[in-house]
Write a protein that binds this ligand. Structure first.
Ligand code: 3HC
Ligand code: NAI
Length: 727
């Protein structure tokens, strides 16, 4: 019987109190993840009122409908100017203060505000598959509903600080051992919860309140918090959340009300911080990027049960590991036994290295290897649902390979190319079945990097695109769609970034000065270290090939340094020297680079100067990159500004606390960026259009709008989709 329905939304009843004998079940039903919207919070408060008023209940059980217990506070609400956690926190306090036992029945992902709700209950029972955690740090905040106060009291300070600082989830075995849950039972969450609540009533269990305790420091070294704070400040300097988390957890050693006040102040500081706003933007951008505008929701997906990969080199092997990790049988095809053995050998070595670090068991290594097979005959690809070519980056070879795949692959199979720069439409035509073709641009190392750029060809079928987006999710990648252009979203923008890095070098800045300027903003690696790692040879060959294809500006000085380095055999880390000299893997300044840069500057009439400051380096590296992003949007190459941000944060080490280049552009201000681009056009000259402000950027700057809000590209893509549907 539903006694009380207090909170409803268009989607139905959000919170209700349902009688099961003498147990009141407080049921939350807010799909998809039972996030704590303001309506849910109001419903919780009303349900507590109703429970308080009805003395015939012996106990309260909190239970959630659907796939999970509450997975967190409603992240969208954090942007509300009048955001307040007071009602929720007060309601948690009221739940804890109830004078009859309160239990939580946990399942799914008990995260953030969900775990905070569970901790306010007196007892917790879980089904075995439940995962628990306080992931707020990943959003640049801290648990703001007493998680920093109740978790240390339940699990001890050390584990609580570890969980809150890392945001990692734990399983029920760990949670049980740590005292975060009391019992774990198989079954439907509601049944498990009711049986547990009835047992509590039967044994006359008393309410148990974490707030009545104080977290103990007895087992901790005296300098525990000082060290933790110093570590947070030095190792996570870009993240104010790291420091605030230590301070909040430290406050769990105070009486509860004092700790509560400390947490509230530290939470609020973070909620309004630019770092958290940027990270929240990326949370939603990542989910948005998986959506394809204009694509019918009911598009039937192609089943993907087996995969084939052509080429078992650096990329082919890494790509294969993704599928084996997801339990999908994969065949690798090579041209020689030696190449195949080398490729599969490297995959095994990678798995064994993971096993040595304790990340995989020996059995898992064998299970994954058993999913991988090799062949020298491309007929082995005939039954595969998805075939990815990862042969050398050479147009003639790839055209031949694609023509062959068009014949060998079964009807309905998806043919994907991992090309980094070549025209996917040309390759698609070469197969003779362009609707089946799509780009799947993995990043190196392909088994590690999270990004997958999905390249939509002019004729890629909608179901192919939709299927590949789902495949990306199955193999744990974050996917963003790019249209066809040189370098797609990521490498096209990286090209202008590298161009300026080299001009700065020719003008007299050292690789270390260039790298450190952007690393100081949080970039994982500056452009020079990045290319030394990826391979100067790879970079130079791409530039040379693009030049041959007529893509480069008629500028002899364009990337002159990388070409010279390539000529000299300085291929980067792999040959011990590139922009830097390598002492093992450590980059050291090499005077030879300065000499080469000076020689190139002289050869191309570029004046050297000593006064290149850090600000100029940052502006010259990042503003053209942002400008290129605006062009990419305007051309409909990316669907949304957020997709560009995802490409750069997931694929190029762009700092998440800056939110990606387009988000960062809005923080800097588009007018300021347009003005500086115009300034460099003036002082450096602009014969090749390097500094020409993109019309979109100029328009948005003039009208005071944000590029992050711009939605024109999605509209453009929808028009394309309409063309598809009518095909
Ligand atoms: N708030 C608002 N919306 C949320 C949300 C949240 N906390 N968590 C998920 N969603 C939305 C997603 O945006 C997505 O919406 P869409 O369908 O419109 O794109 C939908 O729910 C489904 O999410 P996923 O696609 O991510 O579904 P998965 O099944 O892959 O993952 C999940 C589920 C593990 C719960 C994952 O969504 C997740 O990690 N969510 C965030 C959890 C989190 O960070 N919780 C802490 C929030 S902050 C907090 O609680 C503060 C507190 O201390 C006061
Ligand atoms: P690689 O040189 O390491 O491997 C290519 C492999 O393809 C070699 O093992 C070769 O024997 C094999 N091969 C050549 N012709 C073949 C054929 N006809 N049939 C079967 N196998 C054949 O090259 P890498 O680095 O793996 O690059 C592969 C593709 O991935 C290229 O298109 C490259 O642009 C792209 N890519 C490379 C990245 C990188 O960082 N290395 C990043 C992203 C994409």
């Amino acid at each position: 019987m539903i006694e009380n329905v207090n909170s409803t939304a268009a989607s139905g009843t959000l919170v209700s109190l349902v009688r099961h004998g003498d147990i009141a079940v407080l049921r939350i039903a807010n799909p998809p993840v039972n996030a704590l919207s303001s309506e849910v919070v109001a419903g919780l408060a009303a349900a507590v009122d109703a429970f308080e008023a009805d003395r015939s209940y012996a106990a309260l059980l909190v239970h959630c409908e659907g796939r999970t217990f509450v997975a967190g506070g409603d992240i969208t609400s954090f942007d509300d100017p009048d955001f307040s956690a007071a009602l929720y926190n007060g309601t948690l306090g009221r739940i804890e203060a109830l004078d009859r036992p309160v239990a939580a029945a946990l399942h799914g992902t008990v995260l953030g505000g969900g775990l905070e709700l569970a901790l306010a209950c007196h007892y917790r029972v879980a089904v075995p598959s439940t995962k628990l955690g306080l992931p707020e740090v990943k959003l640049g905040i801290l648990p703001g509903s007493l998680g920093t106060q109740r978790l240390p009291r339940a699990a001890g300070i050390e584990l609580a600080l570890d969980l809150i600082s890392s945001g990692r989830s734990i399983d029920t075995a760990t949670a049980l051992k740590a005292g975060i849950v009391d019992e774990v039972h198989e079954g439907k969450p509601l049944d498990v919860g009711l049986a547990y609540a009835q047992a509590l009533v039967a044994r006359d269990a008393a309410p148990r309140r974490l707030s009545a305790e104080v977290a103990s420091t007895a087992d901790l070294p005296a300098d525990f918090f000082d060290k933790a704070l110093a570590d947070a400040v030095s190792r996570k300097a870009f993240y104010p959340s790291a420091r605030n988390i230590v301070l909040a957890v430290q406050a769990s050693t105070l009486p509860f009300a004092e700790g509560e006040a400390v947490e509230a102040r530290l939470f609020e500081e973070l909620r309004v911080s630019p770092e958290s706003q940027a990270m929240r933007h990326l949370f939603f951008a990542e989910r948005q990027a998986a959506k394809i505008p204009g694509l019918a929701k009911d598009v039937a997906l192609r089943p993907i049960a087996s995969v084939g990969i052509l080429g078992a080199g650096t990329m082919g092997g890494g790509i294969a590991m993704n599928f084996a990790n997801a339990g999908i049988p994969t065949v690798l095809v090579e041209t020689s036994q030696a190449a195949l053995d080398r490729g599969l050998g490297l995959v095994r070595a990678n798995y064994e290295a993971s096993a040595a670090k304790g990340r995989l068991t020996a059995v898992q290594v064998e299970q994954r290897m058993a999913l991988l097979s090799g062949s020298l005959d491309d007929a082995a690809l005939a039954d595969c649902d998805l075939v990815i070519e990862a042969v050398f980056e050479n147009m003639d070879l790839k055209k031949q390979v694609c023509a062959r795949l068009g014949k060998v692959c079964k009807p309905g199979a998806i043919i994907a190319t991992n090309t980094s720069t070549l025209d996917v439409d040309v390759l698609a035509e070469a197969t003779g079945r362009p609707a089946d073709v799509v780009g799947m641009h993995f990043f190196s190392p392909a088994n590690v990097m999270r990004l997958l750029e999905v390249v939509r060809g002019a004729k890629t079928a909608p179901d192919v695109l939709a299927t590949v987006m789902l495949v990306a999710r199955r193999i744990g990648k974050v996917a963003a769609v790019s249209g066809v252009c040189y370098g797609f979203i990521g490498n096209r923008m990286a090209e202008v970034y590298m161009r300026e890095a080299e001009f700065l070098m020719m003008e007299g800045a050292s690789p270390a000065e260039i790298d450190s300027a952007v690393e100081a903003l949080g970039m994982a690696m500056g452009p020079c270290r990045m290319l030394d790692m990826a391979g100067i040879d790879v970079g130079a060959k791409t530039v040379i090939e693009y030049g041959k294809a007529g893509g480069l500006p008629p500028d002899d000085s364009y990337r002159a340094v990388v070409r010279k380095m390539f000529e000299l055999g300085r291929f980067g880390q792999k040959t011990g020297s590139g922009y830097y000299r390598y002492d093992g893997r450590k980059p050291v300044t090499d005077p030879e680079t300065a000499r080469i840069a000076k020689e190139q500057a002289e050869a191309h009439g570029i004046a050297q100067r000593a006064d290149i400051g850090r600000q100029e380096i940052v502006e010259r590296l990042l503003y053209p990159l942002i400008n290129e992003g605006a062009k990419i949007l305007e051309e409909g190459i990316a669907y949304r500004p957020g997709d560009i941000d995802i490409v750069w944060t997931a694929g190029y080490g762009f700092p998440d606390h800056q939110g990606g280049p387009m988000w960062m552009a809005d923080r800097i201000g588009l007018t300021a960026i347009a003005e500086r681009l115009a300034h460099y056009a003036q002082v450096r000259g602009n014969p090749f259009g390097y500094w020409t402000v993109s019309p979109l950027l100029a328009r948005l700057a003039n009208s005071g709008q944000r590029v992050s809000d711009w939605q024109g590209a999605a509209a453009f893509a929808e028009k394309r989709a309409a063309v598809w549907q009518g095909r």
